[in-house]
Design a protein around this ligand. Structure first.
Ligand SMILES: Cc1cc2nc3c(=O)[nH]c(=O)nc-3n(C[C@H](O)[C@H](O)[C@H](O)COP(=O)(O)OP(=O)(O)OC[C@H]3O[C@@H](n4cnc5c(N)ncnc54)[C@H](O)[C@@H]3O)c2cc1C
Length: 468
C-alpha cells in the first residue's frame, strides 16, 4: 500500500512540476502554467548563445519559442515543432546608470534584472505585476503593468535584436527596421527570435499604499479626477468584488519621502505564501468565501498603509497564486481592454455574462494604459481601461467548452465597446473576432509572409489565425 502511494506521489510530482516530459513516441510534451495545453513537440533546446539560436533557426523548418511559459493557450508550442526554450539565454549585456538603460539577453526574467539594478536604486520602467516573466515573452506579448502614466511595454523599448527566418540577425527600433520592430513587439514569436533588448529604466522610489472602497458606478470619474494626472502615483489598480460586481476597492501606491515600514528592498525568495494561498482557496472553493474576502479579509489587510520600495512591489512571485494541484481544476486569466470613455458601457455587460454563466471569478482587476506607439497587434490603439479576470475552471472537455461559450460572449461585449481582448490567454476567439479586434493583423501577416515565407515560426496562436 505504501509503495503504491509512493508511486502515485511521484507521478503527481512529475505531472505537476514538469513543463516538458517525454511522451511514449519520443516526442516531448510541452505545457504551460495552466496545464491545459499539453503539446507534443519534436525537441526542446535551451540555447545559451546567439550562434546556437541562429543555427537552430537555419536547420529547422518548424519552430516555436518559449519564455517563462506563463501564456495560457499554446502560444509557445505546436505539434512536432522545435521549441526553443530561452530561459538559459539570460545575461545582462550592457548597463548605463547615467542613461538609465539596460541591454539583456531575452531569456532573462525581471527578477534577475531587479537584483542587478536595485543596488543602483533603479527600477524597470514597465513590466507586469509579477517578476517571473522573461523579457522576450513580455516583449512578444507587449505586456503592461499597474503603472500610472505608462502603457504597453513597447513604450519603454529602445531597440531589439532579432533572428529572422533566414537566420539573419538584425537590429530593429522605432527608427531602424521599424516595420519589423512594430511587428515583433506584440508578435507572439511569429516574426523571429528576439535575442536582445535595450530597455529604459527609471528611479526606484519609496511608495505608500492607500485604498478606498467605492461604487463601480463612480470609478471612472474617480479615476479621471484623482488618479490619472497625479504624478505621485506609481501603481494603481482597482479590484471589482465578485459575485455582485458593484463595489470596487481602488488601490494606489504613491511616492513618499517617509521612512519605509517594509524592511526588504525586494520580495524575499522562497516564501511559502501560506496565508495568501489559504485565502485564495476559500475564495475559489466556497461561495461565502467571496463575501468573506470583501467584508472581512480585505478591510483588515488594507487598513494598514505600508511604505515600501517600488522594486519590492514590482518583485512579486507568481508562486503566491499557485494552487496545490491543477489536476481537477486550474486558475486562468483573461483580459479585455476598452477605451476610457467606454468603461461604463462595458462593465455591466461583463458582470451580466459572468453572473449568467456562473463563472467562478476570484478577482477582476482594473488597470489603465496609455496609447500604443504603433505595434501592429496593439491592444491599446487608444488610451484604455483593462479588465483582468482571474477565475477557476475545470479541466475536462465539457469545462473547456463552457468557458469557450462565455469567453466568446465577453469578446463580443468588448468589441461592441470598440475594445479588444488579450491574446496570451486561451484561444477561444473565432476568426471573425480575432480580425475585428486586431484590425492590423492583415499587415502583420503580410510582413510575416515576406520574412517567413515557409511559416517556420509557428505556435497554436498563429496556427489558428494565420492563413497562408
Ligand atoms: C499570474 C500571471 C500574471 C500575469 N500578469 C500579467 C500582467 O500583469 N500584465 C500582462 O500584460 N500580462 C500578464 N500575464 C500574461 C502573460 O502570459 C505574460 O505577460 C507573458 O506572456 C509572460 O511572459 P513569458 O516569459 O511567460 O512568455 P511566454 O508565455 O513564454 O511567451 C509568450 C509569447 O512570446 C513568445 N516569445 C517568448 N520569448 C520570445 C523571444 N525571445 N522572441 C520571440 N518570441 C518570444 C512566445 O513564443 C509566445 O508566443 C500574466 C500571466 C500570469 C500567469
Amino acid at each position: 500500500m505504501q509503495i503504491i502511494s509512493f508511486v502515485l506521489l511521484i507521478i503527481l510530482f512529475i505531472s505537476l512540476f514538469s513543463t516538458a516530459i517525454t511522451a511514449q513516441d519520443g516526442l516531448k510534451i510541452a505545457n504551460d502554467i495552466t496545464q491545459l495545453n499539453p503539446i507534443s513537440v519534436a525537441e526542446i533546446i535551451h540555447p545559451i548563445s546567439t550562434e546556437e539560436i541562429i543555427k537552430a533557426v537555419k536547420t529547422h523548418n518548424s519552430i516555436s519559442i518559449g519564455g517563462g511559459l506563463y501564456s495560457m493557450g499554446g502560444q509557445t508550442a505546436t505539434e512536432k515543432a522545435l521549441q526553443i526554450d530561452m530561459r538559459n539565454f539570460n545575461r545582462i549585456l550592457n548597463f548605463s546608470e547615467a542613461n538609465k538603460e539596460i541591454t539583456v539577453e531575452t531569456g532573462i526574467n525581471w527578477r534577475k534584472i531587479q537584483e542587478f539594478i536595485d543596488s543602483y536604486n533603479l527600477s524597470i520602467k514597465i513590466m507586469q505585476s509579477y517578476a517571473n516573466f522573461t523579457v522576450g515573452g513580455s516583449l512578444s506579448v507587449n505586456v503592461h503593468g499597474r503603472y500610472i502614466g505608462e502603457g504597453p511595454i513597447i513604450l519603454s523599448v529602445k531597440q531589439i535584436k532579432i533572428v529572422l527566418a533566414n537566420g539573419n540577425l538584425i537590429v530593429a527600433s522605432p527608427i531602424k527596421n521599424k516595420e519589423i520592430f512594430y511587428a515583433a513587439i506584440g508578435g507572439y514569436g511569429g516574426i523571429g527570435v528576439i535575442t536582445e533588448a535595450t530597455l529604459s529604466l527609471t528611479e526606484n522610489t519609496k511608495i505608500e499604499r492607500t485604498s478606498q472602497v467605492l461604487s463601480i458606478k463612480k470609478y471612472k470619474q474617480f479615476f479621471l479626477d484623482n488618479i490619472q494626472n497625479d504624478s505621485k502615483i506609481i501603481f494603481h489598480n482597482a479590484v471589482i468584488y465578485p459575485d455582485q460586481y458593484e463595489q470596487i476597492r481602488a488601490i494606489s501606491y504613491s511616492k513618499t519621502p517617509k521612512k519605509t515600514t517594509v524592511n526588504y528592498r525586494l520580495k524575499p525568495k522562497g516564501q511559502k505564501y501560506i496565508f495568501r494561498k489559504f485565502v485564495l482557496g476559500i475564495i475559489s472553493e466556497f461561495s461565502v468565501g467571496k463575501w468573506f474576502r470583501q467584508y472581512l479579509i480585505d478591510p483588515i489587510i488594507y487598513k494598514s498603509k505600508p511604505i515600501e520600495w517600488r522594486n519590492y512591489e514590482a518583485s512579486q512571485d507568481v508562486f503566491e497564486l499557485e494552487p496545490e494541484s491543477r489536476k481537477q481544476s486550474t486558475y486562468v486569466l483573461q483580459e479585455y481592454f476598452v477605451p476610457v470613455d467606454q468603461f461604463d458601457n462595458f462593465y455591466p455587460l461583463m458582470a451580466n455574462i459572468l453572473k449568467k454563466y456562473k463563472v467562478n471569478v476570484i478577482n477582476v482587476s482594473i488597470r489603465h494604459a496609455k496609447k500604443d506607439s504603433g505595434s501592429l497587434l496593439a491592444w491599446a490603439s487608444t488610451e484604455v481601461f483593462a479588465f483582468v479576470i482571474y477565475y477557476k475552471q475545470g479541466v475536462k472537455q465539457a469545462d473547456k467548452e463552457k468557458v469557450k461559450k462565455w469567453t466568446q460572449k465577453l469578446i463580443d461585449a468588448s468589441l461592441l465597446c470598440n475594445g479588444r481582448y488579450y491574446l496570451p490567454y486561451q484561444i477561444h476567439a473565432n476568426q471573425y473576432q480575432f480580425e475585428k479586434a486586431y484590425i492590423h493583423s492583415d499587415d502583420f501577416f503580410r510582413l510575416k509572409k515576406k520574412l517567413d515565407p515557409t511559416n517556420k515560426f509557428r505556435n497554436k496562436l498563429w496556427d489558428n489565425y494565420y492563413k497562408l
